[in-house]
Design a protein around this ligand. Structure first.
Ligand code: 5AD
Length: 477
């Protein structure tokens, strides 16, 4: 099982601890390694982990303070041992029940989330690794992330590309630029391309260019619907172009909330998957994170539409977003169990300096890992990325995620010139192993923990093979 991880010795590179040390030594990330602060849901012990992390000295010798030492082979080793207690006993039983496919109540999920000890983490992560290996073996799927526009009509309080952030340097890629990203990605071994962008009503209008497109950008005007329709058609066109050029590849879209007909249009153009995080299943918490024109119930409707249409659908949430509690996370887990998404995106919340949440605390590394493990047990076949945010909050974070049940990574394929403009949060990684060109490095670090990056589409394990749609494209008739 996942226990045979230390394949790398000598020139291969060493343990995860060494990897992290190497990482810390070579990058002066200008960021606090573990996010530096605490969330409301952090434990005391996590506080000290965070307090020691990311201070001035980032040399390997200073590693003791990050909470990572060489003996930290497995993420469970990040969790402290606590004196045995009835609560801990109960949690172990609940984790075992979850692994057997039993339905836990909100109360029980709450209990599981509240006790996070070495023992519970060991059971959770070991079982999560076993379950992921049952369906996906040691394979890690890669997705080439193409951030095709950072215009957005929304104003989410946490997000760096929110509409009212005047600091954001806006861009959108043309179809040709997107296709050349795919070209490069295909060469590197990517067989899934993820087109992610803000809710932009101006995509594809660069050619008409001119002032009209510029005037409407990101604005909510009477012309919005028409503008979006054009933009949506242009995106469908781009999907078609990608699918005909790379027929063996999957296309994932992540372009926000759209009417069902538009999702259908994109599906018919050949898009295979769609990512739309629910952010929080609780309506009141949703309102704490978003302006009033957005609603959690509409977001959930979109997700239901996407599933019904036939997309492999992704939901998900940030960990440690302002106002989030373990109680709310328990509700998220129940929501995920009901929706049964094929993919779940989970990463720590990281503040962005030009948003209303600039002064908020980032999410906890350990809680993020814990929720990853729980989601793997809850939805055994799920496609679960070790996210960029996880890699940003701590060096080696994505590798830790893979050891907690994650089985996907999404390196950045966007043109280098725009990468730094797609800043959802501060210090977002876009170079090194995070970048598609850093694939060799990523491959090595994944091998060092006993897994293997593969050049496959990486569909959901239970996804029906559709005869009428061999390339994911429906006949036009
Ligand atoms: N920190 C972490 N994740 C963020 N996202 C947006 N802003 C942040 C942030 N500040 C996530 C959201 C969104 C996804 C594209 O990125 O969950 O759905």
């Amino acid at each position: 099982m996942g226990d045979k991880r230390k394949t790398g010795t000598g020139s291969q590179g060493g343990t995860l601890g060494e990897e992290i040390a190497e990482n810390l030594a070579e990058s002066d990330m200008g960021r606090d390694a573990s996010g530096a602060a605490e969330t409301g849901t952090r434990t005391k012990e996590e506080d000290s982990e965070a307090a020691g992390a990311g201070r001035e000295n980032r040399s390997p010798a200073a590693l003791g303070g990050t909470g990572f030492r060489e003996e930290y082979e497995f993420p469970e080793a990040l969790f402290g041992e606590v004196p045995a207690s009835r609560e801990e006993e109960r949690c172990l039983r609940l984790i075992a029940r979850l692994a057997r496919g039993e339905r836990l109540t909100e109360e029980e999920f709450f209990a599981v989330l509240s006790v996070r000890s070495r023992k519970t983490a060991s059971l959770l992560f070991r079982t999560a690794r076993r379950v992921r290996e049952q369906f996906y073996g040691k394979r890690v799927f890669i997705r080439g992330l193409i951030e095709f526009t950072n215009y957005c009509r929304n104003d989410c309080y946490y997000c760096g590309i929110r509409r009212s952030n005047r600091e954001a340097d806006r861009y959108r890629l043309t179809q040709e630029e997107i296709l050349s990203c795919c070209e490069e990605g295909f060469r590197l071994g990517f067989r899934t391309f993820v087109l992610q962008g803000g809710e932009d009503g101006g995509y594809g209008r660069e050619k008409e260019a001119g002032r009209e497109a510029a005037r409407d950008r990101g604005k909510e005007t009477g012309r919005e619907t028409a503008a979006f329709y054009k933009s949506d058609l242009a995106l469908a066109e781009t999907v078609r172009a990608i699918k005909s050029r790379f027929p063996g590849c999957a296309v994932t879209l992540s372009a926000g909330e759209r009417p069902r007909e538009i999702y259908e249009l994109w599906f018919d153009a050949g898009a295979d998957r769609y990512l739309l995080r629910h952010e929080t299943a609780d309506e009141e918490h949703y309102r704490r994170l978003h302006p009033s024109r957005m609603s959690g119930s509409y977001r959930k409707e979109c997700l239901k539409d996407l599933k019904e249409i036939g997309f492999q659908t992704g939901a998900g949430m940030m960990i440690g977003s302002p106002g989030q509690t373990e109680r709310l996370l328990a509700r998220d887990l129940i929501f995920l169990r009901e929706l049964k998404p094929e993919m779940v995106g989970i990463g720590p919340f990281i503040p962005h300096h030009a948003t209303p949440f600039a002064g908020e605390r980032p999410g906890s590394l350990k809680l993020t890992l814990y929720v990853l493990g729980l989601v793997r047990l809850l939805l055994p076949k799920v496609l679960l990325p070790a996210t960029t945010a996880l890699g940003t909050i701590v060096p080696g974070g994505r590798e830790l995620g893979l050891l907690c049940g994650a089985n996907v990574v999404m390196p950045n394929l966007s043109p280098a010139s725009v990468r730094e403009k797609y800043l959802l949060y501060d210090n977002k990684l876009s170079t090194g192993r995070e970048a598609a060109e850093g694939l060799m490095k990523l491959r090595r670090s994944v091998e060092n923990i006993g897994y293997e990056i593969v050049a496959e589409r990486g569909d959901w394990a239970g996804f029906p093979k559709r005869r009428d749609r061999p390339n994911g494209m429906r006949p036009l008739l």
